[in-house]
Design a protein around this ligand. Structure first.
Ligand code: 13P
Length: 660
């Protein structure tokens, strides 16, 4: 798959996963109580015990819906990409395992993935979760593809605002009633028609559990539903768990109903002793009817809740926390009906409270980022020519660097021993070099990159103030059954600090593609190694004038998914392949031209500040005799040395080119 196609695919994957998680988190946050009932069912299946005061199902419901929503936003905005990919995969694995168990054992009816919003069969749930798992795996393999929509410095705000928003929204849904009623008992529903259907297209089983009995077990369903006058229903699934603080309020509502000549009942699933207790302690004079516990929990998400019925139709519903004010005798039932909240408008307002600040932050943070970037661009960069222009003439080299900024950048001379030196020879060379540099301190960073077998032996011998150690390669896999490979973590464990990646010899002889190198770079950086990343064109490409294009593609193919912070640990090495080991050096002007171009590309991608701080080495037949001229160029910050690094005196000669 080409890079471009892969990028598009991963964007789509992110979008699908993000939207799914946001939807699933949000609809659960609309009705957290409903979701907590579902969790209760799951906990009963595994016979989980938990103390009542903890209310584990409700706590878990709030935590899960908030986590899903936040994860969805992270996916959509491309925030904390590695963490998000791991979290998404973990969640998808867990969901898939649960859905396999659902298909095999059918422990609960309806998985509850989308709360009460969408009801899926077990098989549909499994298919959905397998698809999401596949997408999560794809994302896990390419977590860095998406660019964050919000710059790093602003991401904490987005995270905090999202967490606070969804949590407060959950609390609101719990305090009042769900803004969207996903069940049959929504305001406006014709209960009579649903329970005693006169039209064939209404399935009676949809609401077949609606039945209320008096305390003598006489069915009172029809009496309530066929009443033309208003009927007030206090819905208290379990009186022992009902908030008794509202009993006084319920009593005045009961008085108001009596004054108006309306019926009022309390529907409960509580045993008689609890009903008596409630009446005794709360002076409740309204009659009680018995109904199924689940039915009552479904009718109103509050204990107690209130429902106004007229002509068999639900006219309004209230939670215990916003019961209607009826102390004033002039309040009539029409006013109570008219007080139906405009939930659509409220929901829109709430969503705008989230979306507007978020859009503002996304726009503002990006404008500020762009502004600070361009403010920091030295004047010369603004006159930079396009890549094509810049290779047409040596005189048109536009460096964004000056001598001053160059001195601020780290200069590094690194040796690449390639496949040379036995262990004994290598140890001797390292020892000699270490002594030379300890005696005559270099005024640049010096690194020797050796074959793997030397690393552990050489590392303890080096005075790291003057000489550091690196490997020549590392694996593109983290660990496991990859015979013969050496991982970044292994390299790091030897004491090495650097690793060369993308060397033209590895690209040419070992088929290392930009994708493979991307993996290697990510792993090396993740394991705390600094990367010396090699780029460079072959002779035919230079002769065809394509060197800039080639080098830009190499940079883009493996490094552009890094953040600026990650990129700070990358040293670039421009090595024209035609100059490696051939004795044919690029002229200092050719090197400078390409280095300036590379820096310009880095500035475009990571900003001028990062570009100015990026060390760009030259490699390819660099010797003591030509090092001074090369290093004198403003954009050449050192060398990556092959052949000449195998002799301590030659290597030292190149290092000393940095001395006046
Ligand atoms: P030479 O210095 O031998 O040309 O090799 C350059 C190189 O490939 C360093 O990585």
């Amino acid at each position: 798959m080409s890079d471009r196609v892969l990028k598009i695919v991963i964007h789509v994957v992110r979008l699908i996963l993000g939207c799914t998680f946001i939807l699933s988190g949000f609809v659960k946050a609309v009705d957290p109580k409903g979701f907590s009932y579902k969790i209760e069912e799951y906990l009963q299946v595994v016979n989980a015990q938990f103390p009542d005061w903890l209310n584990l199902p409700l706590v878990a419901a709030v935590v899960i819906c908030c986590a899903e929503f936040v994860l969805g936003i992270y996916l959509l905005l491309g925030l904390r990409r590695k963490f998000t990919a791991i979290a998404t995969l973990t969640v998808c694995v867990v969901f898939t395992i649960i859905s396999v168990l659902l298909v095999i054992f059918h422990p609960v009816h309806d998985c509850g993935c989308f709360g009460e919003f969408i009801s899926l069969t077990d098989a549909q749930t499994l298919i959905k979760n397998v698809i999401l798992l596949g997408l999560a795996i794809m994302l896990m393999r390419n977590p860095q593809v998406a660019k964050p929509l919000v710059p790093e410095g602003w991401q904490w705000f987005v995270s905090l605002y999202t967490c606070v928003f969804i949590f407060v929204f959950c609390l609101r849904s719990l305090y009042y009633l769900p803004l969207i009623d996903f069940r049959q008992y929504k305001v406006g529903a014709d209960l009579r028609e649903m329970v005693f259907p006169t039209h064939e297209d209404i399935k009676p089983e949809e609401i077949s559990d609606f039945m209320v009995l008096d305390t003598l077990s006489e069915d009172q369903t029809a009496q309530i539903l066929f009443k033309k006058e208003p009927t007030m229903l206090i819905i208290a699934p379990l009186l022992s768990e009902a908030s008794a603080g509202v009993a006084e309020r319920l009593a005045s509502i009961s008085d108001w109903c009596n004054d108006k000549g309306y019926d009022i009942y309390c529907l409960t699933a509580s045993p008689l002793k609890d009903i008596r207790k409630w009446c005794y302690y709360n002076d409740a004079e309204y009659p009680f009817l018995i109904a199924d516990h689940t039915l009552l929990k479904t009718m109103v998400r509050s204990n107690p809740g209130l429902m106004l019925l007229r002509d068999g139709v639900i006219r309004n519903k209230w939670s215990a926390n916003n019961l209607p004010e009826v102390e004033d005798a002039s309040v009539d039932e029409k006013q109570l009906e008219a007080a139906v909240g405009n939930n659509g408008k409220i929901l829109l307002k709430i969503l705008l409270w989230y979306l507007l600040p978020m859009l503002l932050i996304i726009m503002l943070s990006n404008i500020i980022r762009r502004k600070t970037k361009s403010a920091k661009i030295p004047k010369v960069i603004k006159t930079l020519k396009t890549p094509k222009d810049s290779n047409t003439s040596n005189n048109s080299i536009n460096s964004i660097t000056t001598k001053n900024t160059k001195t601020m950048r780290k200069k590094i001379v690194a040796g690449n021993w390639k496949m040379n030196m036995t262990l004994q020879e290598g140890v001797a060379l390292a020892k000699e070099l270490n002594e030379l540099l300890a005696a005559d301190k270099p005024n640049c960073g010096v690194v020797i990159c050796t074959p793997f077998i030397h690393l552990a032996s050489i590392a303890p011998m080096l005075d790291t103030n003057v000489l550091k150690l690196g490997a020549e390669n590392c694996a593109d896999k983290e660990k496991g059954a990859y015979t013969g490979e050496v991982s970044a973590a292994m390299v790091k464990s030897t004491g090495a600090e650097y690793v060369i990646l993308g060397h033209s010899e590895r690209r040419a002889y070992y088929g290392e593609t930009p994708e493979i190198l991307k993996e290697k770079v990510n792993l090396a950086l993740a394991n705390g190694l600094k990367v010396i990343f090699c780029i460079g064109e072959v002779l035919e490409e230079r002769e065809a004038g394509k060197q800039n294009e080639v080098v830009a593609a190499q940079l883009k193919g493996s490094l552009y998914d890094l953040t600026a912070e990650q990129f700070a640990n990358v040293v670039l090495a421009y090595e024209p392949v035609w100059a490696i080991g051939t004795g044919k050096t690029a002229t200092a002007d050719q090197a400078e031209e390409m280095h300036a171009f590379i820096r310009q590309e880095i500035a475009k991608q990571f900003g001028p500040e990062v570009a100015e701080n990026t060390t760009i080495q030259y490699g390819g037949s660099c010797k003591p005799s030509n090092a001074k001229e090369l290093f004198a160029k403003p954009d050449v910050d050192g060398g990556l040395i092959g052949g000449a690094s195998l002799k301590a005196a030659d290597f030292k000669g190149i290092i000393d080119a940095w001395k006046e």
